[in-house]
Every structure is written in structure tokens, then in C-alpha cells.
Ligand binder design. Structure first.
Ligand code: SF4
Length: 311
């Protein structure tokens, strides 16, 4: 039997249900581009970036000078109040590496984001090698009063894959980051990619098995997307790599869901890319269809998240 505490009709613990359970209302993430860069792009680690990263980071940056964090929050709240009936919000620092700045600057940006009473928390995307003790202490201070997530990009637990992707960090650095953050009321969400070149199904499941045992609270999964202007896109256009089929992706994600703990919040199970630079896989463009296929596969298996979780 699937867990009743999810209070949803799904076969996994989705983010909206989690927030509805926690806050008793519709909660919406407000995407923020605070103008950060990334050590894997600015020359500190490398200049090329991860091979799949398009380097644009944000639609906002394409449109001219960035609005302030306060203005982005204000605009987002108005929009989601009106069109999604959201009443509480999470400030989501999404673009590039959102802990990659001096402590004072980070504090100033996060403080602005949390000024409004209905902004009940923070979610901050970053790299495992950009989570120093000072950064963790800062988040711990917010976590005393607010709902705080740190989102760590990992993609794969295999160093050979991380090197191929030019991630610029190792699996060991990821594990150290989790160790630094855990046990401090900060929630941890990990991002992984399914369908990475050179990875077998066993490799994918090894990543998932390690994550299932770690003190993490959320997971974001998506397929490898090829975008124009990236190294990965060029490899794809040349025919040097192939992308995963929808059937294989759906099956792998269901395998992952089955071994994750029931409490782990599935923040994302598929993603698409910018339409103007999107190369493939074609099926990823239709997110709803992928989600429906995931539901269908779990139903067919008579399965759900956590069915095969081993303590
Ligand atoms: S860590 Fe993120 S922002 Fe930096 S290069 Fe990789 S994908 Fe791009």
C-alpha cells in the first residue's frame, strides 16, 4: 500500500502535496536570478562549464538588466496569487551557483528575499564544492525560522561521468557537502540526470542506491537534454552520442522511485529545455506526457515510490 501521509492521488510524493501537507495551502516557488555566476564558467575551475550547460542560465538575463531580487519576488507573488491561487511562497535562487559570493552579499540577497511574511522559505541551487562551513552556518540561521532547502547539483555518483561532463567536482566532494549540511534543519535536494553518455542502467541505479541511503529530503530528476551551442549539443549533432528513449527513461525513473524512501519529496521528474536551442530528445518537450507515462508505468507495475526501499 502506498503511504497515506502523502495525501495525494499520485504514486510518488510530489512537491505540491508535500507543501500542502506542511503549510495547508498552495505554495509556489518564485524563480530568482540574483546575478550569480559559476566557478565552472568564470575560470576558477574552468571556463567551459558543464558540457550540457548553455551558459544563459536565465530568460531574465536575456532581456536586459536584471530586476532587483525584491522586484522579482514582488512580480512573482502577484502573478502566482492571481493565476495559481498561491498564498505562500518559497524564494528559489535558481540561476547558476547561488552560494558563490562573499558571505555579506549572500546574506543581503537572502534577507531581501525573506522580508515578506508570505515568503515562508528559501530554496537555493548550488554546487557541492560551493557549500562551505560559513555558507552552511548562514543557512542554519535561516532554518531556525524559515523553511530552507539547499539544492545540490550532482548528476551522477560516478567520477568518470562527472569528468566527462566537466562538472569540476568529484563524488567525494558531494558526499562531504551532504555531511556538512545534514543534521542542521536544512533540507537537502539533489539533482540527477538519467541517460548520461557511457552510463549503464547499473550505473544509474548505483547513483540512486547511494542517494537513497543519504540524509537527503528531495530529488530532482531529468533526462539528458541536448541544447544548441553546448559541447553536448555538438556531440549529439555529430552523432557521437545518443540520447535516451522515452521508454527507457520512464522505466529507469520508476526503478529509482521504487528504491527511494517514501518521505523523499520528488521535486521534479522530467524537464524540458529552451525551445529556441533545444535539440533533443524530442519526447522531453511534452512534460505532461512524460509524467503521464510515469504514472502509467507505476500503475502497470502495481508499484509506488518506496516499494523496494531498504532501510
Ligand atoms: S555548475 Fe551549473 S551553472 Fe555551472 S557550468 Fe555547470 S550547469 Fe552551468
Amino acid at each position: 500500500m502506498k503511504p497515506t501521509f502523502w495525501n495525494n492521488t499520485k504514486l510518488y510524493y510530489d512537491l505540491n502535496s508535500y507543501w500542502q501537507n506542511l503549510f495547508g495551502c498552495r505554495v509556489q516557488k518564485l524563480q530568482i536570478d540574483a546575478g550569480f555566476t559559476c566557478p565552472n564558467r568564470d575560470g576558477t575551475i574552468s571556463r567551459g562549464g558543464c558540457i550540457y550547460c548553455d551558459g544563459r542560465g536565465s530568460k531574465l538575463r536575456q532581456a536586459g538588466p536584471l530586476p532587483s531580487v525584491g522586484e522579482q519576488i514582488h512580480r512573482g507573488r502577484e502573478y502566482y496569487r492571481k493565476y495559481r491561487k498561491a498564498t505562500k511562497f518559497i524564494a528559489y535562487f535558481q540561476t547558476f551557483t547561488n552560494t558563490y559570493a562573499p558571505h555579506e552579499k549572500l546574506k543581503m540577497l537572502y534577507d531581501v528575499a525573506l522580508e515578506e511574511d508570505d515568503v515562508v522559505g528559501l530554496s537555493v541551487g548550488t554546487r557541492p564544492d560551493c557549500v562551505s562551513k560559513e555558507v552552511v552556518s548562514l543557512f542554519e540561521s535561516y532554518a531556525k525560522q524559515k523553511h530552507v532547502w539547499l539544492e545540490l547539483g550532482l548528476q551522477s555518483i560516478h567520477d568518470k561521468t562527472l569528468q566527462f561532463l566537466n562538472r569540476g567536482h568529484s563524488a567525494a566532494q558531494f558526499l562531504e557537502a551532504v555531511d556538512r549540511i545534514a543534521g542542521r534543519d536544512i533540507l537537502i535536494c539533489v539533482h540527477i540526470i538519467v541517460g548520461l553518455p557511457g552510463e549503464t542502467h547499473t550505473d544509474i541505479m548505483e547513483t540512486a542506491e547511494i542517494l537513497a541511503k543519504l540524509p537527503i529530503n528531495g530529488l530532482k530528476i531529468h533526462a539528458l537534454l541536448a541544447l544548441k551551442g553546448t559541447k553536448l549539443g555538438t556531440l549529439y549533432q555529430r552523432g557521437d552520442i545518443s540520447l535516451m528513449s522515452r521508454e527507457k527513461y520512464v522505466s529507469a525513473v520508476c526503478d529509482i522511485l521504487e528504491i527511494m524512501p517514501a518521505e523523499m519529496v520528488m521535486q521534479r521528474l522530467t524537464a524540458d529545455g529552451y525551445r529556441d536551442i533545444f535539440l533533443g530528445p524530442d519526447w522531453a518537450v511534452n512534460k505532461l506526457s512524460v509524467l503521464n507515462a510515469l504514472d502509467g508505468e507505476l500503475e502497470k507495475r502495481d508499484s509506488y515510490q518506496g516499494l523496494r526501499y531498504k532501510i
